[in-house]
Design a protein around this ligand. Structure first.
Ligand code: SF4
Length: 571
């Protein structure tokens, strides 16, 4: 029996849409977001998986989050029934960010469940994971998992639970999983360098809607109803996974989006439109008009300055948007060519002037430092560009007789699998600290400019968890017991090898499209096939070295990265 509930509980606050399934013979799945309730419930992917698993017959899916520090001694329990984690049949971690791998270890430890798959017996729940962090590189947590489901949940959930019902004995299930379910990865049974695991992606989004499932005020977006409008991004910035792992970008049909927005009616007036490339949706103006005509206030995940035309800015103004986010990522035109960010200074200045003129008085600017081929001058260019933006901002604000704030988020570049920069190493500490200093000093005491600088320590942890292999599990376990500082000392050589060693890049010029990529020492995630060719990624690296930009993904009739003609890609 299913009873949608909005009851307060000792755990999470008031919710609309939580699914409580009761009845005999239900198999219990704990869907775990390895971070706090607030962070987990702000994640649309997590909400989507929760919804999908609860559509499965005979399965009750309940949510579990990282207990907060006050609950360190308490049992780890679910939101729906307060069932302790160790009492579930399956524990499925939904992981978007590799930095949450440490919390995964904390949660299993706190629930009294052995961390390593090899230490668990038939009395323990099956422990599995999925989510974008895993289908980029699952190896750092592979020794902890009985299996992974790699790819988009819509392709995997139903197929997996059909097998789960068919093979009630876990040993049998794990024995057949990889051969019977494309996208499944069973580390303990996957001989190294054997067949590739195909990461599963939906062919198109014609028959789905991705939107908030459980509405609650306790998220980063308060009680905002989130609607995803496009998956992926056509622009292909060379550091960004969204521009490569989700190729070609897929667009939700306008009808699906409007139907999703209708579900917010009567629950909230606030809608957040979600995508890495909001303004690339061909019907964005109609979608926004529909929203404002139905009395919703709209907000947008991020906006490309080079795509902000007057009608769009008018819509932002009508939607009472107060803060706009623009991501130049690099300060100099040279570096923007290197990372393939096709946004010029005139684009940025024009967007700033138009936004402020329309009363959108606060700006959030994203920049990255420590990128491949970067120099100190490129970082000084971030300071100069910000000062120039500030001048333009001031000039227009004075006419408005009101002043907003410019907030800079400076992030350290972390090399990511399945991107052209996957072969890069993390920039060494001294250089990163020097460049952080250039920005900190350069923008100190600049009125109305707030600068959030990155942490070198966090960058090292992120790089280790992004690029790691199965030995990294030892480091995570040590960090879980003794903290990161001790873990880095204890596993010094392994950490240095993974974080600071650039990998050889395949030379690809002059080799035919159909020829295989020259063999080189493999990367830990090379056994995954996400459809994008290694040769294409290497070619993009070499273009970056020559400061050459590449055209955006046209989404149709093209063979450039070969995804659209990749026979192996299983949908
Ligand atoms: S083959 Fe062309 S259209 Fe297809 S994903 Fe690659 S760049 Fe985009």
């Amino acid at each position: 029996m299913v009873t949608p509930s909005s009851r307060p509980s000792h755990g999470p606050p008031i919710e609309k849409g939580a699914i409580i399934k009761q009845g005999k013979g239900l198999a219990r799945v704990a869907l775990v977001y390895p971070n706090t309730y607030k962070t987990g419930m702000s994640n649309l992917g997590f909400q989507r998986v929760y919804h999908l698993i609860n559509q499965e017959p005979g399965i009750a899916c309940e949510r579990v989050f990282l207990p907060d520090l006050r609950q360190k001694k308490d049992a780890v329990v679910s939101c729906e029934s307060r069932l302790p984690l160790q009492r579930f049949d399956i524990i499925l971690f939904s992981i978007s960010f590799e930095n949450d791998y440490i919390h995964l270890a904390d949660i299993l430890r706190q629930a009294g469940i052995p961390l390593r798959s090899s230490d668990r017996i038939h009395l323990h729940p099956l422990v599995a994971a999925g989510g974008v962090a895993c289908f980029l590189n699952p190896e750092p947590i592979a020794p902890f998992m009985d299996f992974f489901l790699l790819g988009e949940a819509e392709c995997l959930v139903n197929e997996f639970f059909s097998l789960f019902h068919q093979y009630p004995d876990r040993t049998d299930l794990l024995a057949i999983l990889e051969t019977n379910l494309p996208g499944a990865y069973v580390p303990a049974r996957h001989p190294p360098f054997s067949k590739k695991i195909s990461v599963r992606f939906l062919e198109n989004l014609d028959h789905i809607q991705t939107h908030t499932c459980v509405l609650t005020s306790q998220t980063a977006f308060k009680d905002k109803f989130l609607v995803e409008i496009l998956k992926g991004c056509p622009h292909g910035c060379r550091f960004c996974t969204a521009g490569f792992i989700y190729r070609p970008p897929r667009i939700y049909p306008k009808e699906n989006i409007l139907k999703a927005m209708d579900k917010a009616s009567g629950n909230t007036r606030k809608i957040g439109l979600v995508s890495s490339a909001i303004l690339d949706h061909p019907d964005i103006a109609d979608i926004c008009e529909y929203g404002t005509d139905h009395g919703f206030s709209l907000s947008f995940s991020s906006l490309r300055a080079d795509k902000l035309d007057d009608p769009m800015i008018d819509l932002l103004h009508q939607s009472k948007v107060k803060t706009a986010t623009i991501a130049p990522e690099a300060g100099s035109e040279r570096m923007r060519r290197v990372i393939n960010k096709k946004m010029t200074e005139p684009d940025i200045f024009l967007a700033v002037e138009k936004l402020v003129a329309k009363d959108i008085l606060n700006l959030r600017l994203y920049f990255m430092i420590g990128l491949p081929f970067e120099t100190d001058d490129d970082v000084r260019a971030i300071v100069n560009l910000t000062r120039e933006i500030k001048e333009r901002f001031l000039t227009v604000s004075r006419k408005q007789k009101r002043m907003g704030t410019i907030t800079l988020s400076i992030n350290a570049f972390i090399p990511k699998p399945a991107t052209p920069f996957q072969w890069a190493a993390l920039t060494d500490d001294a250089t990163l600290k020097r460049r952080i200093g250039i920005i900190g000093q350069g923008l100190k005491k600049t009125p109305n400019v707030i600068v959030n600088l990155p942490s070198v320590k966090t960058a090292k942890i992120s790089a280790l968890l992004s690029l790691g292999d199965q030995n990294t599990a030892d480091v995570i376990e040590t960090a879980c017991d003794h903290g990161w500082a001790y873990a880095f000392r204890h596993h010094k050589d392994d950490c240095r090898r993974i974080i600071y060693t650039p990998k050889p890049i395949p030379a690809v010029s002059g080799i035919a499209d159909t020829d295989p990529c020259p063999a080189l020492p493999s990367l830990p995630w090379d056994f995954l096939d996400s459809g994008i060719s290694k040769k294409f990624l290497a070619a993009e690296w070499h273009r970056a070295a020559k400061e050459k930009q590449s055209p955006a993904c046209p989404m149709i009739d093209c063979r450039r990265c070969r995804i659209c003609i990749n026979e192996n890609a299983i949908k």
